[in-house]
Design a protein around this ligand. Structure first.
Ligand SMILES: Cc1cc2nc3c(=O)[nH]c(=O)nc-3n(C[C@H](O)[C@H](O)[C@H](O)COP(=O)(O)OP(=O)(O)OC[C@H]3O[C@@H](n4cnc5c(N)ncnc54)[C@H](O)[C@@H]3O)c2cc1C
Length: 440
């Protein structure tokens, strides 16, 4: 996997530098250094923008070596980087001899205006993505705007770069441009239109809806055609779109797969009502259909088979990937040693309580569960408060800094646990985390 990731990164750099390389080999420049710099950073930025579509398309080959969260974070940083480069592009051209009318002039050819509009839309796109929550833009609205702005910017920069200057005077550059932009648009069309249609034509059917705790349900899904579910590692997640009629919303959301991959004929997600859409999850019925795409992520003990001594730290609904791993360990009679410290607000919010104690009794894996409640009932004899340094030290067992920690929960909780682990001297490489948001 590491090798595959390195190859992909090298490939990314080569593609980003490809037009500059071809241009360098194809003609001798007579322009100033600043002008050349301005031109070449635009080439690199255009390629980064084209590659953004590949990063965001959930292509298995790109996602699997890194994990979805890493790819999305990279997509975000590269978007900012490309925007900065493109903001410098006209300035460097102006300094390099093109003249300042390029910046403030109004009598400019249409393709220069295309470039200017593309740059403006790019800045809007970046700001909206960075400040979506601060600006109170609903996720679905942001996604729709992002989906429209992306290809619009791509088309505008295609025409701008095709006609501006004489960079594309050679046939080889023209062919390169057509291939790059053609492929990019094809990936976009596949991701946004063709694959959703294919998934809808091969639906899953809801086979069970179970109430697990306050506002938490497990939805079990089976392929409608009776085939086996896709292969996945315990701890990975999936995208689900429910089609429930009854005027319930149709939206795609990501949820961890809470079932064990040892179970081949169904897949489940355990979902908490946390917002607009999830508050309708309890209205899902047996027989409803859904599109399912997965698996994604690398938060799984199966990627590290040599590590046997694990500490799981979960907050609330963050138990789901850890539960999938525990179920898989149980089903495969694994000899792992696991300590689970599970924090919840109150007793009614504890999910999978009975099943966890059953696994603890059965002995596969060798599991010790410690519940921590923030608002315990009067009769509660367990731990109280939040999962902190003291509790990790108390229940984590001996040689804490040699163990592997899997942390999952809401962003603030994960942040504070990571801080505690670092204070306890646990090296970064022994901490694996899953945060239930890609926006933080
Ligand atoms: C890797 C991962 C695994 C997760 N696993 C689980 C799980 O096992 N169980 C569980 O209950 N929750 C899980 N979540 C959280 C779940 O995805 C959100 O609770 C859910 O999408 C919120 O939707 P909402 O419209 O009800 O809430 P809202 O209040 O409308 O949205 C809250 C936030 O959820 C995100 N969000 C909303 N809509 C979407 C969407 N269509 N696509 C993507 N993100 C969106 C946005 O960050 C938004 O700000 C997981 C999240 C991630 C990133």
């Amino acid at each position: 996997m590491q090798k595959k990731g390195t190859i992909l990164l090298i490939l990314y750099c080569l593609i980003a530098l490809l037009p500059s390389g071809v241009a360098y080999l194809s003609w001798v420049s007579t322009k100033s250094f600043m002008y050349e710099l301005g031109r070449n950073i635009a080439f690199v930025a255009l390629m980064i923008i084209a590659l953004q579509f590949f990063l965001a398309s959930r292509l298995h080959e790109i996602e699997s070596p890194f994990g979805f969260d890493v790819v999305i974070r990279f997509h975000r940083y590269m978007g900012i980087f490309a925007t900065v480069l493109l903001l410098c592009h006209p300035l460097l051209l102006a300094v390099g001899g093109h003249g300042w009318h390029l910046i403030y002039g109004l009598q400019l050819p249409w393709f220069i205006w295309f470039g200017k509009v593309a740059l403006l839309l790019l800045v809007v796109n970046i700001l909206l993505s960075l400040y979506q929550t601060t600006l109170s833009v609903k996720f679905e609205r942001w996604r729709l705007i992002h989906d429209i702005l992306g290809p619009t910017i791509l088309i505008l920069i295609f025409f701008h770069s095709w006609f501006a200057g004489n960079d594309l005077r050679l046939d080889i550059m023209k062919i390169l441009w057509i291939i790059i932009f053609g492929f990019t648009l094809a990936v976009y069309m596949f991701h946004r239109f063709i694959r959703p249609k294919l998934l809808k034509n091969n639906p899953y059917r809801v086979s069970d809806v179970k109430t697990e705790a306050d506002d938490v349900w497990t939805i079990k899904l089976k392929p409608a055609d009776g085939s086996s579910v896709f292969n996945y590692a315990p701890g990975q997640f999936q995208f689900i779109t429910f089609y429930r009629d009854r005027q319930l919303p149709v939206e795609e959301h990501h949820w961890t797969i809470s079932s064990s991959p040892a179970q081949k004929n169904y897949i489940s997600s355990t979902i908490k009502a946390l917002g607009d859409f999830t508050s309708t999850i309890g209205q899902t019925r047996v027989g409803d259909t859904a599109s399912v795409q997965g698996p994604f992520g690398r938060f799984s003990y199966l990627y590290h088979p040599e590590e046997k001594n694990l500490v799981f730290l979960a907050g609330g609904i963050g138990i789901t990937p850890l539960m999938s791993m525990l179920r898989h360990m149980r089903d495969t009679k694994s000899n792992h040693m696991v300590v689970l410290i599970y924090g919840n607000e109150d007793e009614h919010q504890i999910i999978f309580r009975e099943e966890l104690s059953q696994i603890e009794t059965e002995g596969y894996p060798k599991l010790n569960v410690f519940h921590v409640l923030h608002k315990p009932p009067a009769k509660w004899t367990g731990e109280t408060g939040y999962i902190d340094k003291e509790k990790i030290q108390k229940f984590g067992g001996e040689k804490l800094h040699e163990k592997i920690f899997y942390v999952c929960g809401p962003p603030p909780m994960v942040g504070s646990i990571i801080k505690s682990l670092k204070q306890l001297g646990v090296p970064d490489r022994q901490i694996r985390m899953e945060v239930f948001s890609f926006l933080d």
